[in-house]
Write a protein that binds this ligand. Sequence first.
Ligand code: ACO
Length: 403
Amino acid sequence: VADIGKLYAQTGMFTYDPGFTSTASCESKITYIDGDEGVLLYRGYPIEQLAEGGDFMETCYLLLNGELPTPAQKAEFDYRISRHTMVHEQMARFYQGFRRDAHPMAVMVACIGALSAFYHDSIDITDPVQRQVATVRIIAKIPTIAAMAYKYNIGQPFMFPKNDLDYTSNFLRMCFGVPCEEYKVNPVLSRALDRIFILHADHEQNASTSTVRLAGSSGANPFACIAAGIACLWGPAHGGANEAALKMLTEIGHVDNIPKFIAKAKDKNDPFRLMGFGHRVYKNYDPRAKLMAKTCHEVLGELGIKDDPLLDVAVELERIALHDDYFIEKKLYPNIDFYSGITLKAMGFPVSMFTVLFALARTVGWIAQWKEMIEDPHQKIGRPRQLYTGEPCRQYVKISSRG
Ligand code: ACO
């Protein structure tokens, strides 16, 4: 131990901060969160106003460029994105290598990473024009790639993008349309999904965004960085939580069973947690959760779902938890994932696609953060320190002399 102490004395001062709860890894002008007040701003605009007033493409433009677009800029941006929605025919063959029951997030990690094998020009990150091209390519192609992952899973033919539709309607059609049949997009559902995309578009330095920045700090190409972000998002403590929340609501099954689950969540000796509750940053109501709850009611209303047992359980669970001393004391409120599972399920998405939809929406935030990092003159390769607790220096013994 004395030797380890000497070692650290030679390597200078550093902070030990597991989970980076008190360490800023970068400066950023993109997203602001006040977790105590329940405030979320994209480029200074409250999430509530963006979700109610605009569309996802406008939010993409804002996150990438720092300002809301004029009508002409918006039209040009929409057009550019719609021109890049197709994927290379070889990419379609790439899917055939997966088992039919492959989790679509596994397919997403692979296919987004594989884009770097198709667009050699876009992997030169030192060229600002190529960075722009890569940005448009990724945002335009990710709905196509995600819809193809879904279609492959269920054994239906891939649907080509239909570029006279808006971004979200096009995605819905690629998921739920079938060739030779006209697919009528329900505008209420399309608007609801578009709003869900806005709510998920960025959330400053969360685990997946930090992963994208760390991967990008070495100069890795943007497709590889986004694939890294998708891999990180897959975890149940992050993007996988909406899947976990829906599973939990199904397991609870009936409002009468709620007290039993609340007791489990409060039991220190039980690892069970209420999925969709609590947040590393929000110690108040997650503003996105309120908008998500509203969207959930709108979608169920549009689909004429009057008595959804899962919604009944969710509403009652929220009501009970918000009045429970344990949850009040620990500042545990519903997060965005609490109502999103019920909403997406009602829209027809299988549980395995929930995190894929999150990844689709978060891609713009990841790219905006990646670009900001690359364009920062003070940018350095990310290299956290560690607190070494292993053996001090010792002498190697040949295997013949061991044991
Ligand atoms: N249910 C019951 N107790 C909880 C919950 C929960 N959902 N969340 C936290 N707690 C308790 C912990 O047991 C801990 O108690 P202690 O102080 O007695 O040890 C205390 O609250 C603090 O918990 P931490 O894990 O230290 O809080 P942290 O900020 O690190 O975790 C997290 C945040 C991971 C989101 C956590 O609240 C959780 O696991 N929630 C459930 C999963 C979930 O919904 N994740 C989605 C996050 S949002 C997103 O990624 C988009």
